[in-house]
Design a protein around this ligand. Structure first.
Ligand SMILES: C[S@@+](CC[C@H](N)C(=O)[O-])C[C@H]1O[C@@H](n2cnc3c(N)ncnc32)[C@H](O)[C@@H]1O
Length: 290
């Protein structure tokens, strides 16, 4: 595939649920993210300040199930209600649940969490939302809905990220060092307009919605020297996804170099590099419903 056919980016995590044709590209990235960052996600589920093992969990904006499956593994007695606007993501999640033999512990619900009223999601003792609250048009309203949904004393875990990880060394690619950082910066105005809450500090908003914010933790991801193909695919998918938003603000030389990295058949393909890393951060807030 040539990079010229890269998807129009709604992403770097951002998503419009009105554009289902774009879901399969996002699904692949979400799956790679879950695979590459599995240990880090597990460290977050292990850290949650829970008073008792949760039995009823809701995963809001579950995507293809990164959090759902991490939670099912961490809490073997729990059932998860996985909620997303994307029918395609939910279908993939159900297929995975079958393959892993846990379909009796997962219920999927297709819903628009921006809607005034949410469907019946039960009375969870843990609600998990990873990289999804920043998609809400009215995050304050969504946070209040979560407060009402949770059982008193229950925990809301909000996981946030700044965007796609960085993969390339600073001196790469040859001739255009620092290209990756420039490509990300070139998407800043796009993201400021379309996903203004991405990378937000959720603490004050959670407090304003009536939660007691009990703890916050930032997990630093720095995977070096792992030559797995998944990291190459993750790097390729991530850069491909930001290309459209970055292109108007990149110099022609940078755009050419970016397209060379994205050209999987070309000699400069990012898939052929053996110096990729994964550098990113995930922050998590643990908020209790009083
Ligand atoms: C960046 S993905 C994160 C997926 C998953 N939580 C994870 O950590 O891999 C954001 C998810 O939120 C979903 N989403 C975005 N807006 C939504 C809305 N208004 N209602 C329900 N889901 C939404 C998207 O379909 C997507 O699956």
């Amino acid at each position: 595939m040539t990079p010229a056919h890269a998807h129009t980016p709604h992403h770097d995590g951002s998503h419009s649920h009105h554009e289902d044709h774009d879901d399969s590209g996002q699904a692949e990235i979400l799956d790679l993210d879950a695979e590459v960052l599995a240990e880090h996600i597990a460290s977050i589920t292990a850290w949650l300040p829970l008073k008792a093992e949760p039995r009823r969990i809701v995963d809001l904006g579950c995507g293809t199930g990164a959090g759902t499956f991490a939670l099912l593994e961490r809490f073997p007695e729990a059932h998860v209600t996985a909620v997303d606007a994307s029918a395609g993501h939910l279908q993939l999640l159900r297929e995975k649940a079958c393959a892993r033999g846990v379909s009796d512990r997962v219920r999927t619900v297709q819903a628009d969490l921006d809607a005034d009223r949410w469907p019946d999601l039960g009375t969870p003792d843990l609600v998990w939302a990873s990289a999804s609250m920043h998609h809400m048009a009215h995050p304050d309203r969504a946070l209040r809905s979560v407060r009402e949904l949770l059982t008193p004393g229950g925990l809301f875990a909000v996981v946030e990220l700044d965007g796609f990880p960085r993969f390339l060394p600073a001196d790469a690619p040859e001739g255009r060092p620092g290209l990756e950082e420039r490509a990300h910066r070139a998407t800043d105005s796009f993201h400021a307009e379309h996903v203004p809450h991405r990378g937000a500090d959720w603490g004050p908003m959670l407090t304003a919605a009536g939660f007691d914010v009990e703890d916050k933790r930032t997990v630093t991801v720095d995977i070096e020297g792992d030559r797995s193909a998944a990291i190459g695919r993750y790097a390729h998918g991530s850069l491909q996804r930001i290309r459209g938003a970055a292109a108007p603000a990149l110099s022609p030389e940078d755009l050419t170099a970016l397209d060379e990295l994205l050209d999987v058949d070309g000699p400069h393909s990012i898939l052929h590099r053996d110096d990729l890393a994964v550098r990113t951060e995930r922050s998590v807030w643990a908020a209790r419903r009083p």
